[in-house]
Design a protein around this ligand. Structure first.
Ligand code: GLY
Length: 568
């Protein structure tokens, strides 16, 4: 309760006037916030070796791939949002997985024409062609200063020497055990001592260490051609998938222009398609800009935020997909005039049933993603969100490669062309097809204000976007990264038509008032297992801060200050 009062008071207290920062100003050190302290340390180790935020991003990404296999890995994909402090240029590196050439909706249907969830979620049919290794090579070569052999060294060490298994790993293993133990490669890693992983045991991943070394030595070809590619094609096809060498060797990361909007005094830079995050965030923020949220009572404020969420998630399911295949009205969806129209459709004191809005597909994303945020001592920014989709991805470790394949194919609308909940058959922007990237919610974002610069993002499937949104509203109202990481959250995603919320997110009076407006309330008994990681540099005070989600104990946010040479 105390936390709730603090959150609400800070979330909606007035902003202090901004001060002019000096353009030549540099941060006093570096801050990294990630889902595991070993990965945070890996990033600082690389900074101490002379790397920049982009080298550190490579190191943290690879280390998370080793120590957080429930969430992400080199058998998966991710998005890197980077800002070069020298040029002020932002770039979005899209390392989303792609569908193999063999992909089609028919692969995922059973004999009665229904979606076969096992094929969608488990084993090789559920896996897209991995993108993360290509991103590590690309980011290191184009934006980093250090060779991959240096920035991957901490991850290689963690894979070879091992690390202590923590509760989430053991719990999720039990949940996914039946699937994981179908595959020889998985049994080799996780049953090495004859029984499932237990908290406190050391997990050794020698094959993964070898694969990372091969990547460090041979770059793109070390993963997408040669012995590791052979192992992937062999194992995927052995267990009923259909990958070719061409699927792997033709994989490319894409550099894309981020989504940019102005929200009050802040420049927001965020993820473009194939992430839905930036468009949805832009829609919600621009709708909300029409009201002064600080002047509203909590029920009214939450109602308006929820109605903006509802409308933006509806559009997500209707319009968004892979930009290389689908024409999307991004300019319209992210425009002021579109936001005005949405705002006008919101009743001040009554929920709009989602069934009254034109049809869109509900989101369907696995929640085992991870996000990290970095600001280095030069002011470079890196916000990276990466995933294997469900816990331990497809459950299949490539025998001879030592890494889990993702199950990201389930992020496509696999039943495109079949009637949705309203019996409507429509074109689906997120339909599965060879070479396509599946729609994501991953939303690495920057906020640049008069004084403060923040990097933030989250794990949580479709909740990633609303978690990031609430974090942005919090930063805008003066909350610290620690506070936005800890704050209890609420969420609406169009369908199912309900407000889900964590303990402490809404007061009892607000819950009653929202119900009276027609909202269906879905409280969670426990805090969510979804995490936000943020970093912030306040240029007016020259203070760096990081916030790691306290719901995730292995996470950490640490600031390392620059050494100041003593005067002789
Ligand atoms: N698989 C989770 C996401 O891409 O958003």
């Amino acid at each position: 309760m105390i936390r709730f009062v603090l959150v609400v008071a800070l979330l909606f207290s007035p902003l202090l006037p901004a001060k002019e920062p000096s353009s030549a100003q540099r941060p006093p050190g570096a801050v990294i916030s990630s889902g595991n302290h070993l990965a945070t340390d890996a990033g600082h180790e690389i900074l101490a070796k002379g790397g920049n935020a982009f080298d550190a991003a490579v190191a943290v990404s690879a280390a998370l791939s080793v120590v957080e296999p429930t969430s992400s890995g080199i058998g998966g994909g991710g998005f890197f949002l980077l800002r070069d402090a020298r040029t002020g240029k932002d770039v979005f590196v899209d390392a989303r997985e792609t569908a193999p050439a063999s992909a089609s909706p028919a692969v995922y249907l059973n004999a009665s024409g229904e979606l076969d969830r096992d094929k969608a979620e488990n084993g090789p049919t559920s896996a897209g062609i991995p993108g993360l290794p290509a991103a590590l090579v690309h980011v290191a070569a184009k934006y980093g200063r250090l060779p991959l052999s240096v920035s991957l060294a901490p991850a290689i060490r963690l894979a070879r020497d091992g690390f202590e298994i923590y509760p989430r790993m053991a719990i999720y293993y039990e949940e996914r055990r039946e699937v994981m133990e179908r595959f020889a490669g998985t049994r080799k890693v996780y049953l090495a001592d004859g029984d499932p992983p237990e908290v406190g045991e050391i997990l050794l991943q020698p094959e993964l260490a070898h694969t990372l070394e091969w990547l460090a030595k041979h770059g793109f070809d070390g993963f997408y051609r040669g012995e590791i590619a052979n192992a992937m094609v062999k194992d995927v096809n052995k267990y009923g998938g259909a990958w070719t060498h061409a699927d792997l060797s033709s994989y490319t990361v894409k550099e894309r222009e981020p989504i940019r909007i102005k929200y009050r005094d802040w420049d927001i830079v965020t993820a473009p398609p194939p992430s839905s995050g930036g468009v949805v965030l832009a829609e919600i923020l621009q709708v909300l800009e029409g009201w002064d949220l600080t002047k509203l009572e909590e029920p009214q404020r939450v109602h308006l935020i929820v109605e903006a969420m509802r409308r933006a998630y509806r559009d997500r399911g209707l319009y968004l997909g892979d930009p290389d295949f689908v024409k999307m009205p991004i300019e319209r969806l992210t425009s002021d005039y579109y936001a005005s129209g949405l705002r006008a459709s919101i009743l001040p004191d009554k929920a709009t049933p989602s069934s009254m809005l034109p049809m869109g597909n509900p989101p369907n994303e696995g929640v085992n993603t991870t996000h990290f945020s970095i600001i280095d001592a030069e002011g470079n920014l890196a916000g990276v969100t990466q995933t294997v989709n469900l816990a331990y991805g497809s459950g299949m470790v490539v025998d001879g490669g030592g890494f889990l394949l993702n199950d990201e194919m389930d992020d496509f609308a696999l039943q495109a062309g079949t009637p949705n909940a309203y019996g409507v058959i429509g074109f689906d922007a997120n339909a599965v097809a060879p070479g396509r990237r599946m729609l994501s919610s991953m939303s690495p974002s920057f906020m640049v204000g008069n004084d403060k610069i923040a990097v933030l993002g989250a794990k949580g499937g479709s909740r990633i976007i609303t978690m990031t949104l609430l974090g942005m509203l919090g930063i805008e109202q003066g909350m610290s990264p620690e506070q936005i990481a800890a704050m209890p959250r609420f969420h609406h995603q169009y369908l199912p038509d309900r407000i889900s919320f964590e303990p402490g997110a809404l007061s009892p009076a607000t819950i009653t008032a929202l119900e009276a407006m027609g909202h269906k309330m879905a409280p969670s008994a426990e805090p969510w297992t979804f995490y936000l990681h943020a970093a912030e540099w306040d240029r007016s005070t020259n203070i760096l801060r990081g916030g790691a989600d306290p719901r995730n104990p292995p996470g950490s946010a640490t600031v390392v200050l620059k050494k100041v040479e003593a005067k002789k």
